[in-house]
Design a protein around this ligand. Structure first.
Ligand SMILES: [Zn+2]
Length: 243
């Protein structure tokens, strides 16, 4: 087996880890962006549904009013007809019966008029609500369009940065021993983008477990790649005074 230069490999890994930390952060940021657009779309759709809901209620209200107005007209015609007939009546009893009937129709009319009034008041409040809801919808739509453009711009910037870091990464990984690289990348994937950590105060700076003296000695010897037994991250000494 070819002997690797541990110090040299670690120095490259330090630079690689710095790049990978940036890449990890950028990819997370990139991943979250479409969700922001989806949230804005959802809000816009909610407002749109609210407008539609009030429009439906308003339509029902108009139909109800039309129906009541027709009922009122029928009732009024009945009153008119009966009032004309009233003069042709001969007996007092018939007269009273018919007058009673007319009073009944008039009472119905009065109820219908009250109902129509209530329906008109309801229509008024629907109109006000509709104006408010349409404004909210327009605002949600405006925000969606503006922010979508902004977010798409940010995505383009992030994609560009990612591509940039990835090409730098390629140059670096070409200099890393294949076995070391595969070990590093496995930990990188399993440990949220942090595969290489320094030792400080006798502790792994990845999982903060205390490292036994022989592990620290092993790192100092630079004879092989040393990993934390607890989190499997590759360990190095950044500054001897910190250890
Ligand atoms: Zn650890």
């Amino acid at each position: 087996m070819q002997k690797i230069n541990v110090e040299e490999q670690l120095n490259i890994l330090i630079r690689l880890q710095a790049l990978d930390a940036q890449l990890y952060r950028l990819r997370k940021e990139r991943e979250a962006k479409p969700k922001l657009i989806e949230e804005l779309e959802a809000r816009r759709n909610e407002e749109q549904a609210a407008v539609k809901g009030i429009e439906e209620k308003s339509k029902t209200n108009q139909l109800k009013r039309k129906q009541k107005e027709m009922d009122l007209q029928t009732e009024e015609e009945s009153v008119k007809k009966l009032s004309t007939q009233l003069y042709q009546i001969k007996t007092n009893k018939e007269y009273q019966t018919m007058q009673h009937e007319i009073e009944g129709h008039k009472a119905d009319n009065s109820l219908l008029e009250d109902e129509i009034l209530a329906i008109m008041e309801e229509a008024d409040s629907f109109s006000k609500e509709l104006i408010k809801e349409r404004e909210l919808f327009a605002e949600a739509e405006r925000r969606l369009n503006e922010d979508r453009k902004k977010i798409e711009g940010e995505i383009a910037v992030i994609d560009n940065e990612i591509a940039n870091f990835e090409s730098q990464r390629e140059e670096l990984t070409a200099q890393v021993d294949k076995k070391v690289l595969s070990q590093y990348e496995k930990v990188l994937a399993n440990r949220e983008g942090v595969a290489l950590v320094a030792v400080k105060n006798h502790a792994c700076q990845g999982c903060f477990i205390n490292l036994p003296p022989q592990v620290i000695n092993e790192i100092r010897m630079k004879d092989k790649i040393t990993v934390c037994e607890s989190c499997a991250r590759i360990l190095y000494i950044e500054n001897d005074a910190d250890v």
